[in-house]
Design a protein around this ligand. Structure first.
Ligand code: SAM
Length: 240
């Protein structure tokens, strides 16, 4: 289950990669734009602002997210999605890491989309970070170590399209609020730790969190009230 309120923490840091991604889309008058794994919908709405003439649709498999997003958004699984004939832009931001087999899906979309369409995707590439490594070590639930490709891997999958692929490591400087949990723990709780939370009862979840917290505090120390959290992300914009 996705909790829009927990995911909404660090909204400014999370929206930056989306904005950097869509800035590289060159479509001028797309007929339809689809945002796959749209989450609570606020970023999808910026696409409607950029292309007011387009039919903009957001699709997400989480009922909680779709309820938060409101009218015009629909429940659906990315794995089942096929582009309608007028889709000229597909955006998928921070979602494909949850979809096994997504590289084959990207190749299929590239074949199914009309000529001149744009696919823009971003996935986190920080599964080897100290926070994720500690979570994998301590979690009683198996967490996938490597659910994404690197930029070159996606470029290969999308061979035959024109590919613009890159990687960026953002340095998020997160406030360490006195009395609150460590900000990196609060961050990953909203995303990577969701499968752990879903599998454990309250007591085991509290024990897992209590074991993870000192590992995270050690890896990401506070300096002058801030915690530096480097976050690598992988971007691909392809034109069919
Ligand atoms: C980290 S959030 C990203 C939300 C939004 N794209 C953003 O940039 O803020 C990941 C989203 O992907 C959705 N998701 C995960 N697996 C999915 C799937 N197989 N089909 C559709 N949505 C999925 C989740 O429900 C969640 O809303």
């Amino acid at each position: 289950m996705w909790d829009p309120a927990v995911y909404g923490r660090f909204g400014a840091e999370r929206s930056r990669p989306f904005l950097d991604l869509v800035a590289r889309i060159g479509a001028e008058h797309p007929r339809a734009v689809t945002d796959l794994g749209c989450g609570p919908g606020d970023l999808t709405r910026t696409l409607a602002g950029r292309w007011p003439g387009a039919r903009v649709t957001g699709i997400d498999s989480s009922p909680e997210m779709i309820e938060k997003a409101g009218p015009g958004f629909r429940l659906g699984d990315i794995a089942d999605w096929h582009p309608e004939p007028d889709v000229d832009v597909v955006v998928t931001n921070a979602a494909l890491q949850w979809v096994p087999g997504h590289p084959e899906m990207l190749a299929r979309w590239a074949r199914e989309l009309p000529s001149g369409a744009w696919i823009a995707m971003q996935v986190p590439g920080n599964f080897d970070s100290p926070a994720h490594r500690a979570a994998r070590e301590l979690s009683p639930v198996e967490l996938r170590a490597d659910p994404v490709l690197d930029a070159a891997g996606y470029a290969e999958v999308l061979a035959g399209t024109t590919v613009d692929a890159w990687e960026t490591t953002y340095l998020h400087l997160l406030p360490a609020d006195p009395g609150a949990d460590h900000p990196v723990l609060r961050w990953i709780e909203g995303t990577a730790l969701r499968p752990v939370r879903a599998a454990l009862d309250d007591e085991r979840w509290a024990a897992f969190r209590a074991a993870l917290a000192p590992r995270i505090a050690e890896a990401y120390p506070e300096r002058h009230g801030l915690v530096a959290f480097p976050f690598r992300r992988i971007f691909v914009v392809a034109t069919t």
